[in-house]
Design a protein around this ligand. Structure first.
Ligand SMILES: NC(=O)c1ccc[n+]([C@@H]2O[C@H](COP(=O)([O-])OP(=O)(O)OC[C@H]3O[C@@H](n4cnc5c(N)ncnc54)[C@H](OP(=O)(O)O)[C@@H]3O)[C@@H](O)[C@H]2O)c1
Length: 310
């Protein structure tokens, strides 16, 4: 099955306090159905998104669908592994598959570098020679860690197929550190996460309409609203020229940069925007303008689980 240009992210579906209020499952079902009807069939989740809650909800939606009609990207999160087990990878994987009611994933990631490359080695040992091995990726890894992970996988007859890092107009460290170029030159797909900075670059929030208090994202972005407003104003000008909504511009930008954005969606209209964003072609001048505007704000967008990508 060919990968779509955009993946959809289900972190907010985990209701873990990052995004605030609990998501309504009926609304999420509408989100899911709209996406599938429009060919957006690649879903990104993780056990860490609400201790299995995101996987459970998504699993409920794919139940009964032909297995070839959707793709699931899930993650081995080192922090929730049972390191004392003789079979930690199998344990984690079986638990996640059972939460989703599936017998395999399409893409499986090492979520972060905690205990790496040890977990990559264990994962490689587990999947070595198996016909049902998924595409294997690493997330939140820097360039030397990416190369090391690929080497470990190749020692077991596998290879690194994808990298998933934070990449947005206010966090381009995977570009400046050469990761994007390395992925391009080595046939690895670069999945960009948080392209919309959890909604802060969508045009939906500003100083008069900040993110609702009480969520992890409001603590991060509300103090930066004045700077984010400057970027959103530029995005919205370009969006108007293309006859689209502000949120579609960062998505179109991430595609134009050769990445596969994972967009977090919590409403039907957001999926419709994502679908349309795939056809927005930004000019070189527009790309330069939004990148310069964002850079001038000097925002440090590294989140607590991330590190500088040198
Ligand atoms: N590997 C990792 O460590 C890692 C880390 C972070 C994320 N991820 C993955 O990447 C995905 C994307 O990141 P994310 O969900 O954190 O944030 P995101 O994609 O940057 O932003 C998602 C939020 O933006 C808003 N939004 C989306 N489309 C919109 C539109 N068309 N118009 C207006 N607002 C819109 C929604 O906010 P409202 O709900 O407020 O409307 C949504 O919750 C995650 O779901 C997850 O799958 C992976």
């Amino acid at each position: 099955m060919e990968m779509p240009k955009i993946a959809l992210g289900a972190w907010a579906w985990g209701n873990d306090g990052t995004f605030g209020g609990k998501q309504d499952e009926n609304v999420l079902k509408e989100v899911f159905d709209t996406a599938m009807a429009n060919g957006l069939c690649l879903w990104d989740t993780a056990y860490a998104y609400g201790a299995g809650q995101s996987e459970k909800v998504l699993g409920g939606f794919v139940e009964g669908l032909p297995r070839g009609s959707f793709m699931i990207s899930d993650k081995l999160t080192p922090q929730v592994m049972d390191a004392s087990s003789q079979t930690p990878v199998k344990d984690m994987l079986d638990m996640q598959l059972s939460l989703m009611g599936l017998d395999r994933f399409d893409i499986y990631w090492i979520h972060n570098t905690s205990g790496a490359p040890g977990w990559t080695r264990k994962l490689a040992e587990f999947f070595e020679g198996r016909k049902d091995a998924p595409l294997i990726g690493v997330s939140n890894h820097n360039l030397s860690e990416i190369k090391e992970a690929d080497k470990v996988l190749r020692e077991h007859g596998l290879k690194l197929s994808a990298v998933q890092n934070h990449y947005s107009l206010i966090n381009r460290s995977s570009e400046s550190s050469g990761i994007l170029k390395y992925c391009r030159e080595n046939g690895m797909t670069f999945f960009s996460y948080m392209v919309l900075e959890q909604g802060a670059l969508s045009g939906k929030y500003d100083s008069s309409h900040p993110m609702p208090e009480g969520s992890a994202r409001s603590k991060t972005y509300n103090p930066l609203m004045d700077k984010l407003e400057v970027i959103n104003a530029e995005l919205s000008k370009i969006a108007a020229k293309h006859g689209v909504s502000t949120a579609q511009i960062p998505v179109a930008w991430a595609i134009a940069k050769g990445t596969l954005p994972i967009i977090g969606v919590t409403g039907k209209k957001q999926v419709e925007d994502a679908v349309k964003a795939m056809n927005v072609k930004l000019t070189d001048d527009e790309i330069e303008t939004i990148e310069d505007t964002a850079e001038r704000q000097g925002i440090d967008a590294i989140r607590f689980w991330e590190k500088e990508m040198r």
